[in-house]
Design a protein around this ligand. Structure first.
Ligand SMILES: [Zn+2]
Length: 241
């Protein structure tokens, strides 16, 4: 059993908000399980198969969202009656769904104590994560780093290099990264456009290497960008002539 601090930040916030809201409604929840390591997941998978006990999971590492820090389990915080109150799980599960989370009670093979982030299900499954990130450990590391205000340039660079954004080639991510000087964009088109403008000298940033892609532009800056565009175009035309 681990605390919610081992989850990725979104899941940690969700778990805490869920537990608070349940308690507020008189539903005594206890978070029992959050992140599972490779060893823990595989030991759990073995349970009921090669080791004694009941089968409790259909997933081997890294195919459970628990391995990715995106899921948590709960029970009723009443000794001796942790799992014997279907009404309790139904109410908590419905609340989780109302909060935008995915409740395992609605799975084909219901897993009533289980809740996971919606963003990573059903289309962004563990399989999707496996194909986009090196490992669950790496995914959790970068998710935690992303949420930190004091993330260093090296951490961000490391994150971008390993996070192959869907629809973006590694080259575009890397050129975008150089151009952005470690300031993230939300969408692929933003990264591409900023990289394009930087390569052509249209935007030159604040002089320290940052292009500040999220900052608003003043009329003077726009005029300078247009002047840069014009001058770069003229230079290229002279080169070609
Ligand atoms: Zn679970």
């Amino acid at each position: 059993m681990r605390g919610t601090e081992h989850l990725i930040p979104e899941a940690r916030c969700a778990a805490r908000a869920f537990a608070d809201e349940c308690r507020r409604r008189g539903l005594p929840v206890l978070i029992t399980d959050t992140l599972r390591t490779k060893e823990e997941q595989n030991a759990l998978y073995a349970q009921g198969r090669s080791t004694p006990g009941q089968i409790v999971t259909s997933c081997r590492y890294p195919h459970s969202l628990h391995n990715w820090g995106c899921a948590f389990d709960f029970c009723k915080n009443v000794v001796g009656h942790e799992y014997d109150d279907p009404d309790f799980f139904q109410k908590c599960g419905q609340l989780a769904e109302d909060m935008g989370l995915v409740w395992g009670g609605k799975f084909k093979n219901p897993d009533r104590p289980h809740i996971q982030l919606r963003e990573y299900a059903p289309d962004k499954t563990a399989e999707w994560l496996c194909s986009h990130y090196e490992s669950p450990e790496y995914f959790i590391k970068i998710k935690k780093a992303e949420a930190k205000d004091d993330m260093t340039n090296d951490e961000f660079k490391d994150m971008l290099e390993h996070n192959l954004t869907p629809g973006l080639s590694r080259e575009i991510v890397l050129s975008g990264m150089r151009a952005l000087a470690f300031e993230p964009c939300d969408a692929a088109w933003e990264s591409e456009a900023v990289a394009w403008a930087a390569e052509r000298g249209i935007f030159r940033g604040d002089g320290t290497g940052s292009l500040m892609p999220k900052k608003p532009v003043t009329r003077a800056e726009l005029a300078k960008a247009l002047k840069n565009t014009f001058e770069e175009g003229r230079k290229n035309a002279e080169k070609d002539a």
